[in-house]
Write a protein that binds this ligand. Structure first.
Ligand code: NOJ
Length: 526
């Protein structure tokens, strides 16, 4: 287990939209280099950069055409090496985004395998059926597009043919077993890509759709986990400081599969615990909220945190000493939380996320409360596009993102006259930005708040406020509601450490009682 994960706080960067250093309207790697001091000043010490590899960009880069080449719009491989080096000099680690489940349909492996006479090396690199009209049961497939007289399996969009790691229980001749030499070769090809970037200086990978690799019938994910354990063995032997973070949204499985961490996400298959604290509402097809918002952190939401706790503890208990559950403020696939939560509500949500165990992730722009914009789709983004807009730095042209003409930007910046910017937030001592900085400082200075330290629920397990939890010798309490909340606690004395929310004065922990003012968060040492 890489030691640096214990104190890691990640900053997710969507490279298209972070900072444009050369005025072409799109963010780039040099832009990230120029903003490393900002990221460090925020208190983040690790980055996750969304895919920055050569791609036709039908899914914003999750359709990789060449795993070993930085997309020209972001720079060159040398720029990536300079970024790794510059980040390391500032004590910042860098995870790239590895997309092992599928390539672009324009990847050479696929174009070769799609020929009527496929190159032997790539013949089985993707999952081909044995007939041009074969309907692959329970798997997405495409027919009629290739010379090769067969249909092929896709992993996500049509442009993303699934790489072939084999089937756990092959049921037909075209379904190869995992130990077929061609499936083993696919796994080795992915390891080769990992080695390529680790040798160039990156510190590991966020792994896209990590749970999707082995096909039927891998319900319990034993096949996919075995595959990842094989990859982890390579890391342990040759790159022991490299980290892999799964996009799986089932930490108990992902960590058994050798991942160091996995996110709890807003996935349909998840138990909904993460969703329940931040985004507990329904939307229509135009992304308008059409139901009550019952999110835990909403002032008038549903303040029963048990929905979150039961999902979280299921994973936490089963992974505690072997890996980490990652909580995120948001990501590039999810509607920004500022859409439904006000800054006062967000501050409490961040306080919670940044003081829980595991390795937290801050999505770029969430530190200033960037808004979700309802925009037409871009590069396969659909509703996600509105969470991918340019970072808002200052009051200059394009809010400081780029010197290009506004109509040349990758996506428009927030047109609102009060659009949050880093500059505005710097000048307002009560801003979210300052709150995020102070929360990350608190975490940095207290190992009890970092990844490994123990978590114990003191109050909230009965569905009532305040939610009180203990980490090492620190007791933390949060009251997202509009009314004061109090309960008895097993502590008689305490020393205040920190707190946020306007009602700080009303928060006490002593003589066996914890009393929390409305919309507040407090930390004490006991
Ligand atoms: C998950 C990624 O986060 C998402 O953006 C992408 O579209 C799919 N995987 C497919 O790679």
């Amino acid at each position: 287990m890489p030691k640096w994960l214990d104190a890691a706080v990640f900053y997710e960067i969507y490279p298209q939209s972070f900072y444009d250093s050369n005025g072409d309207g799109i963010g780039d790697l040099e832009g990230i280099v120029r903003k490393l001091d900002y990221i460090k000043g925020l208190g983040c010490n690790a980055l996750w950069i969304n895919p920055c590899f050569d791609s036709p960009f039908k899914d914003a880069g999750y359709d990789v055409r060449d795993y070993k080449k930085i997309a020209p719009r972001y720079g060159t491989n040398d720029d990536a090496k300079r970024l790794f080096q510059a980040a390391h000099e500032k004590g910042i680690k860098v995870l790239l985004d590895l997309v092992p489940g599928h390539t672009s349909e324009e990847h050479e492996w696929f174009t070769e395998s799609a020929k009527s006479n496929p190159a032997a090396e790539y013949r089985n690199r993707f999952i081909w059926t044995d007939h041009p009209f074969k309907r692959a049961e329970n798997l997405g497939f495409i027919g009629g597009e290739t010379e090769r007289p067969a249909t092929y399996i896709v992993n996500f969009f049509k442009c993303q043919p699934a790489l072939n790691f084999g089937f756990l229980k092959p049921a037909e001749g075209w379904q190869l077993p995992m130990d077929h030499p061609d499936c083993v070769a696919t796994r080795e090809a992915i390891k080769d890509v990992m080695r390529f970037w680790l040798d160039a200086g990156c510190d590991g990978f966020r792994v896209d759709m990590a749970g999707s690799l082995v096909k039927h019938d891998d319900q319990d994910k034993s096949g996919t986990c075995a595959l990842w354990r094989n990859i982890r063995a390579m890391l342990d032997a040759d790159y022991p400081e490299a980290a892999i973070v799964a996009e799986w949204s089932c930490p108990k499985q992902a960590i058994a599969g050798g991942f160091h961490a996995d996110f709890l996400l807003d996935f349909a298959e998840s138990a909904g615990g993460y969703r329940s604290i931040l985004r507990d509402y329904q939307t229509d097809e135009d992304n308008h909220i059409i139901s009550a918002d019952t999110s835990f952190f909403k002032k008038d939401g549903n303040h029963d945190i048990r929905r979150f706790l039961s999902e979280y503890f299921d994973h936490y208990e089963k992974t505690k000493d072997r890996g980490f559950v990652s909580l995120v403020t948001c990501n590039h696939d999810t509607i920004r939380v500022r859409y439904n939560l006000e800054p006062d509500e967000l501050a409490l949500a961040y306080a919670f996320i940044f003081t829980m165990p595991g390795v937290p992730f801050l999505y770029y722009g969430d530190e200033i409360g960037m808004r979700y914009l309802n925009l037409p789709t871009k590069e396969g983004g659909y509703f996600r596009t509105g969470s991918r807009t340019p970072m808002q730095w200052d009051g200059g042209a394009n809010l400081g993102f780029s010197t290009a003409a506004a109509d040349k930007l990758y996506l428009p910046v927030d047109p609102a006259p009060d659009a949050p910017t880093v500059e505005r937030a710097e000048n307002d001592p009560t801003s979210l930005l300052h709150i995020v900085r102070s929360l990350l400082k608190l975490r940095r200075e207290n190992p009890d708040l970092q990844a490994k330290a123990n978590l114990e629920v003191i109050h909230g397990g009965n569905g009532k406020l305040p939610f009180i939890y203990k980490r090492g010798s620190l007791v933390l309490a949060v009251n997202p509601g509009a009314e004061e909340a109090a309960t008895s606690v097993p502590f008689t004395e305490s020393k205040p450490v920190d707190g946020i929310g306007r009602a700080q004065g009303a928060c006490v922990l002593k003589d066996g009682v914890c009393r929390m003012g409305p919309q507040s968060f407090s930390v004490w040492r006991v």
